[in-house]
Ligand binder design. Structure first.
Ligand code: NAD
Ligand code: DAU
Length: 339
């Protein structure tokens, strides 16, 4: 079995590569990644010498490169993690989100059509459903919830999802889609809430909370997401969408306070800054379908997962310190100086 994993040098993709090499030692895992600012080859150094692993630097929008890789590897399964993934960047510059997230998906599926595959899996997001009100805790996103996006990022992911379903109906491509809630864990790029707050707190820098910090996200430990995708590509029904979520809703401000407590840092570091434009209020996934059909349940409780995550950032300072000292610093200054 050969699996092409796109975006495998990023946060979730790299955790998925580790999971698959560990759980399926007879599989060949080929990682295709452009190594944008969010992709980091050092993340993959522990598997670079594994004979069942190959890394290829390429853009999913580059038809020649993608088709050449398919010709060479004849993959059985493709799992597409490659994307521009940060909402704030999509508000600054939507264009690259449409290109990578929609046209890159099309290129991959065209290659899948030409070379024939058992499964094309699209890694999508709960953000395609828009948001839920804070005063209706009884409401959750199901797979039937209408697409109703808020940001250029979520719109580009929704566009890709629609295209994936269209390739299934029109061309019979054997696809599945998963829509997951917010992940956290090792190798999370420090522009996102949890790793940014850990890195800033460790450096005694202000902790920039958007608006009042009331926005709610449904946090899932990244390994649980990887296990869900593993189940879907093997046992999920072709043409179906599966929601993945942790039943673990938390307000941003509470997460930041937990990080302060765990690191023994004062809450006076918390700084309320201007809100994100179009900021979604609450995400909450109903994972009944994947539980009933595939037996999936989240295994890591948030109290344990956040401790493991913080410990990982303490033990791997060189990984994130190198990132925040490079071009990321210019991004940070630009994004947060006028907030
Ligand atoms: P990430 O930003 O950490 O990593 C993205 C990876 O894709 C990087 O390695 C980058 O180099 C690569 N990439 C970007 N453009 C590319 C291109 N044109 N060609 C090849 N590679 C390219 O993202 P992540 O947080 O790991 O998210 C992975 C996927 O999961 C995304 O599709 C995202 O929409 C989805 N998702 C993320 C979350 C989350 O909480 N992070 C939740 C649900 C779904
Ligand atoms: O829900 C799944 C999505 O989760 C994925 O599709 C996205 O790829 C992923 O980036 C994530 O999107 P969010 O926008 O929810 O994640 P982010 O870490 O950027 O922000 C989480 C919350 O924290 C959000 O309400 C905004 C807030 N926030 C974020 C940052 C970076 C702050 O208050 N301060 C910050 O500095």
């Amino acid at each position: 079995m050969t699996i092409i994993v796109t975006g495998g040098a990023g946060f979730i993709g790299s955790n998925f590569v580790f999971h698959m090499l560990d759980k399926h030692p007879d599989y060949r895992i080929v990682c295709l990644d452009k190594l944008t600012y969010a992709g980091n080859l050092s993340t993959l150094k522990s598997v670079m010498d594994n004979p069942n692993f190959r890394f290829v630097k390429a853009d999913i929008c580059d038809r020649d490169a993608v088709f050449a890789l398919f010709e060479e590897e004849k993959p059985d399964i493709v799992v597409n993690f490659a994307a521009e993934s940060h909402v704030d960047r999509s508000i600054e510059d939507p264009g690259i989100f449409l290109k990578t997230n929609i046209l890159g998906t099309q290129t991959l599926m065209d290659a899948c059509r030409k070379y024939g595959i058992q499964r094309y899996h699209q890694v999508s997001t709960d953000e395609v459903y828009g948001d839920l009100p804070l005063d209706r805790p009884d409401l959750f996103f199901t797979e039937e919830t209408p697409i109703h996006t808020s940001s250029p990022y979520s719109s580009s992911k929704a566009g890709a999802d629609l295209l994936v379903l269209a390739y299934h109906r029109t061309f019979g491509l054997p696809v599945t889609i998963s829509r997951c809630s917010n992940n956290y864990g090792p190798y999370h790029f420090p522009e996102k809430l949890i790793p940014l707050m850990i890195a800033n707190a460790l450096n005694d820098k202000p902790l920039p909370v958007y608006g009042k910090g009331e926005n709610v996200r449904d946090w899932l430990y990244v390994e649980d997401h990887c296990k869900a995708i593993d189940l879907i590509i093997h046992n999920g029904r072709v043409g179906e969408v599966y929601n993945i979520g942790g039943h673990n809703e938390m307000a941003n401000i509470d997460i930041v306070k937990i990080i302060c407590k765990e690191l023994n840092k004062p809450e006076s570091l918390i700084t309320y800054v201007a809100d994100r434009k179009g900021h979604d209020m609450r995400y909450a996934i109903d994972p009944t379908k994947i539980h009933n059909e595939l037996g999936w349940l989240p295994e890591t409780k948030f109290a344990d997962g956040i401790k493991k995550t913080i410990q990982w950032y303490l033990d791997n300072k060189e990984w994130w310190e190198e990132i925040i000292s490079g071009e990321y610093q210019a991004y940070y200054d630009k994004m947060y100086s006028n907030k």
